[in-house]
Design a protein around this ligand. Structure first.
Ligand code: HEM
Length: 446
């Protein structure tokens, strides 16, 4: 066992004279703190001492043994809103069991089988919005949810239902980072109304399925698989799972696409190369992966790197462990800056430059990419994101010329909230079709 320094000697962020919480939640400067203090230091945040861990070494240490964390303690808001069986806040065996139960909905093969319908829905959504000013974030959330409602969880969503689901997801997620202030946030009558609508809608849908209705969607696959393995199939457990399929994470995907598009359109050289690659895009080519689209793949990796929608993870230590010469005891509140390596010059040259070409014929260490977290709690929706995003970009750039208007700045910043709140307005007009196979076809449900 190594000798550990006392936690009293832990370097302190406040000694640096850098911006703090008082200067605004987005003002912490962790890159400088990491440079000057090293991969572990302490910080006052929301009236409590937190230990910050950062860098590739922190990712290695945090993901080596997921059981050293208590997700139950760290992710209380998810339990409060989504219920005690919700995956995010489970630990140990119950978490492993839950992820096994969800596999048939979220594995790459489970998502990829819906590619043709996802493609057709997104194509229709782009066509519908053509020629008008479009608020990009709302557009992507709506389009992706529509795609989910025709693939992974079949259901009819009218305009009222969509509005409730989208507002609920946005307000639910933004509340999870508010600390104690979340109670007031979640008690607002508008949020209560969205919540009642969403859970009422899903309760009815799931009850129907349990009463014998079947649909050829991923939700059905999950239920069938569970029954075949003799696992219980219960209403209250299935409701938040249905939510995961229909809605979870769409705001994050929308944010990444939103910010990513702004940077892509500001790079005409790369944009031209990408448009050239996508001019002959057909969705069936994606069935074999992204091999035929190296520039698109590189573009999306660069979007993931620069715009990680959840840049910091809140953790609580369950089993004490050592990191960088200090022992973190049970109950320590930790901020794991899992995406800090995205902005380290020694890993990604000129890290603040949007440069997709850096990914061509080049791999980076796995521990340098923290966008989706890691280990057993790695983002459940990662495969969904990695299907939705290329299909969205490929359809948009193949069929349309896109411009952005009224752009607020997007600041790449590492903080505790979501750094890229860009409410962009876009406008697209149709290109002359060069690929007859790209002509819109009606949307069929899978
Ligand atoms: C660009 C979009 C997204 C980003 C950047 C993102 C990021 C993340 C991150 C960083 C985590 C934490 C992992 C950890 O604790 O180590 C996470 C967990 C999770 N994500 Fe995502 N996510 C995205 C989209 C989605 C989507 C579309 C879904 C839809 C189901 C989703 C569902 C989840 C769930 C359920 C968890 C908790 C998993 C667990 O605890 O086992 N996410 N995500």
């Amino acid at each position: 066992m190594l000798n550990c320094s006392s936690m009293d000697s832990l370097p302190d962020y406040s000694s640096l004279g850098l911006p703090t919480e008082r200067d605004g939640l987005e003002q912490f400067d962790h890159l400088q703190a990491y440079r000057r203090l090293g991969p572990i230091y302490q910080l006052q945040f929301r009236g409590e001492r937190h230990v910050v861990i950062a860098g590739m070494e922190a990712n290695e240490a945090a993901w080596r043994n997921p059981d050293q964390w208590s997700y139950h303690e760290a992710l209380v808001p998810f339990r409060e809103i989504m219920g005690p069986s919700h995956v995010t806040q489970l630990d140990g065996d119950p978490h492993r069991r839950k992820r096994r139960n969800l596999r048939n909905g979220f594995a790459m093969s489970a998502v990829a089988r819906h590619l043709p319908v996802i493609d057709a829905v997104l194509r229709e959504e782009f066509a519908r919005a053509c020629g008008q000013p479009v608020r990009l974030h709302d557009f992507f959330m709506t389009a992706l949810t529509q795609a989910n409602s025709k693939t992974v969880l079949h259901c009819e969503l009218n305009a009222e239902a969509l509005a409730h689901f989208i507002a609920f997801e946005e307000e639910f997620i933004s509340g999870t980072i508010l600390g104690e202030a979340r109670h007031a946030h979640y008690a607002r009558p508008s949020f209560v109304a969205h919540r009642e609508f969403v859970f009422g809608f899903l309760r009815e849908l799931v009850s129907g399925r349990l009463a014998g209705e079947t649909r050829p969607d991923s939700f059905q696959d999950m239920i069938t698989d569970r029954r075949e393995r003799g696992e219980p199939v219960e209403l209250d457990e299935l409701i938040p799972e249905a939510y995961l399929l229909l809605m979870a994470g769409t705001g994050n995907t929308a944010k990444m696409l939103n910010c990513g598009l702004q940077h892509l359109l500001a790079n005409p050289g790369w944009l031209g190369l990408l448009e050239e690659e996508l001019s002959g895009y057909r969705v069936d080519q994606f069935m074999a992966g992204m091999g035929a689209f190296p520039r698109l793949k590189a573009t999306l990796m660069e979007m993931e790197r620069m715009f990680p929608a959840a840049p910091v993870l809140s953790r609580v230590v369950e089993i004490p462990f050592q990191f960088s010469g200090f022992e973190l005891s049970r109950g320590t509140r930790v901020l794991h800056l899992q995406t800090l390596p995205h902005f380290l010059e020694e890993v990604y040259a000129e890290p603040y430059r949007f440069d997709p070409s850096r990914w061509i014929d080049r791999e980076y260490p796995k521990k340098a990419h923290g966008t989706f977290g890691g280990s057993t709690h790695i983002c459940l929706g990662m495969n969904l994101v990695r299907i939705h995003s290329p299909v969205a970009i490929a359809n948009l750039l193949r069929d349309y010329r896109v411009s952005l208007g009224g752009d607020p700045d997007i600041v790449v910043n590492l903080n505790y909230g979501v750094p890229q709140t860009a409410d962009l307005t876009a406008h697209w007009t149709r290109r002359i079709l060069t690929n007859p196979l790209a002509a819109p076809a009606p949307v069929a449900q899978t």
